[in-house]
Ligand binder design. Structure first.
Ligand code: NAD
Length: 338
C-alpha cells in the first residue's frame, strides 16, 4: 500500500544523506514505460518509489523488487503530493495515454492528464525542496502537416487532433509557466511511438506492435488501420528510459524545455507487418478504418535531445521488434497472464 511505500521512501531518504544516492518518484510505475524506468533506476542504485492507481497498470508483469516498490495510489492524492519534497526527481509518466479513448472521453482524460498534473506540479512549487520534473509528453502534440523530421519548434497551438494531444501540450505550457513564474525546473520529453516487452495489446486502444503480437499469439487476425502506409517513428522502450535518466541527470537547469524522444527514422505499418510475416509465417491482416485522432506520419528530429541531454538511441526499430517478439513468445509460453 502507499503508506508502506512512504515509510520505505522516508527510510531511504534518511539513509541517502549517508549514501548520497539519487531519490525519485515514478508516477505510472506499473504501466509499460514506468515499469521499465523503475527497473532501470533500481539497477542503477537509485532510491525509488513508484506510484500507480492500477487503472491500467500491470504490476504482475514486473519482477521483484520492482513490483514491491510500487504503491497503489492516485498520483494526485495527498500522500503522494506530500512526498515530493523528499526526492530529487519526479518522473511523471502516469496518464490515460490512449488517443482514441480520449476522443471518446475528453472530460475524464482531461481530469487525469491535465488537472491532476497541475496538482502535482503545484505541490512541487510548494515543496521545501523542489525536485526536477521529467514529464512524459507526446509526439501527438504536433498533429499532421508539420515538416519532417519534426523539430520541437514545429508544435503549434490548435494543430492537435485529439483531446490527449491537447492535454499534453497544455501540460507542457503549465511546466513552462511554473518555470518562468516560480523557477520549478522541468523538462517535457515528447515520446514518439514507444514499444517493447510488457506492452500489452489486448485492449482496443493498444499500440500496433503490441496489438499485432497479441493477436498472433492468441490466434486472431491482425487489424491494420487504413491503407497501412501511415509511417511512425517507432522507439524501443530502452531508448526512452535512457532519455528519462539523461534528463534527470543533466547538470544544468532544463527550463521546461520540450525535447523529442524518438529514433529519428520512420517506418510504415505495412513494413512492420512484412517484417513480422517473415519471422512468424503468414499472417492474416484485416483492414479497419483509420482511427479518429491518429496522426499519419511521425518522424522525430532528435538533435535537440542529443545536444541538451546527450540522448542517443541505441536500439533500432528492427532490433527492438526482435526483442519484443522474444518477450511475447516467452510470455505466451508461460500462459500469457496479464
Ligand atoms: P500505460 O498506460 O502503460 O501507463 C500509464 C500508467 O499510469 C498506468 O499504469 C495507469 O494505471 C497509471 N495511471 C493512470 N492514471 C493514474 C493516476 N491518476 N494515478 C496514478 N497512476 C495512474 O502508458 P505508457 O505507454 O507506459 O505511457 C507512459 C507515459 O508516456 C504516458 O504519460 C503517455 O502519455 C506517454 N507516452 C507514451 C507513448 C507510447 O507510445 N507508449 C507515446 C507518447 C507518450
Amino acid at each position: 500500500c502507499w503508506r508502506s511505500t512512504v515509510v520505505a521512501l522516508l527510510r531511504c531518504v534518511r539513509s541517502i544523506n549517508v549514501e548520497n544516492r539519487k531519490r525519485a518518484i515514478v508516477t505510472g510505475a506499473a504501466g509499460f514505460i514506468g515499469g521499465h524506468l523503475l527497473e532501470r533506476l533500481i539497477s542503477l542504485g537509485w532510491d525509488v518509489a513508484g506510484v500507480d492507481d492500477m487503472s491500467a497498470g500491470h504490476p504482475e508483469l514486473l519482477p521483484n523488487p520492482v513490483r514491491s516498490l510500487i504503491g497503489t495510489a492516485d498520483f494526485a492524492s495527498a500522500n503522494v503530493l506530500n512526498a515530493v519534497g523528499h526526492v530529487d526527481v519526479v518522473f511523471h509518466l502516469a496518464a490515460v495515454p490512449r488517443v482514441s479513448y480520449s476522443v471518446e472521453h475528453p472530460l475524464e482524460t482531461h481530469r487525469t492528464n491535465y488537472d491532476k498534473t497541475i496538482a502535482l506540479i503545484d505541490s512541487i512549487r510548494l515543496a521545501h525542496r523542489r525536485p526536477r520534473i521529467v514529464m512524459a509528453s507526446s509526439s501527438s502534440v504536433y498533429g499532421d502537416g508539420v515538416p519532417l523530421p519534426t523539430a520541437e519548434e514545429s508544435a503549434c497551438l490548435f494543430a492537435q487532433l485529439s483531446p490527449y494531444a491537447m492535454q499534453k501540450l497544455q501540460c507542457e505550457m503549465a511546466l513552462r509557466m511554473y518555470w518562468q513564474l516560480y523557477g520549478v525546473d522541468s523538462v517535457a520529453l515528447r515520446f514518439f511511438n514507444v514499444f517493447g516487452p510488457r506492452q500489452l495489446g489486448s485492449s482496443p486502444y493498444a499500440q500496433a506492435i503490441a496489438a499485432w503480437l497479441t493477436a498472433y499469439h492468441e490466434g486472431r487476425n491482425l487489424r491494420s488501420d487504413g491503407d497501412g502506409e501511415q509511417q511512425r517513428d517507432m522507439c524501443y522502450v530502452s531508448n526512452v528510459v535512457d532519455a528519462c535518466i539523461a534528463a534527470a541527470l543533466a547538470p544544468d537547469k532544463l527550463c521546461a524545455k520540450a525535447l523529442n524522444v524518438g529514433c529519428g527514422q520512420r517506418v510504415s505499418n505495412n513494413a512492420i507487418l512484412a517484417f513480422l510475416g517473415e519471422r512468424l509465417g503468414s499472417l492474416t491482416v484485416e483492414r479497419a478504418p483509420v482511427r479518429p485522432g491518429d496522426v499519419r506520419i511521425t518522424h522525430a528530429d532528435i538533435s535537440a535531445a542529443r545536444s541538451v541531454i546527450g540522448y542517443v538511441p541505441t536500439v533500432d526499430i528492427w532490433d527492438g521488434i526482435a526483442r519484443t517478439m522474444a518477450w511475447y513468445a516467452d510470455h505466451y509460453a508461460c500462459g500469457g497472464v496479464g
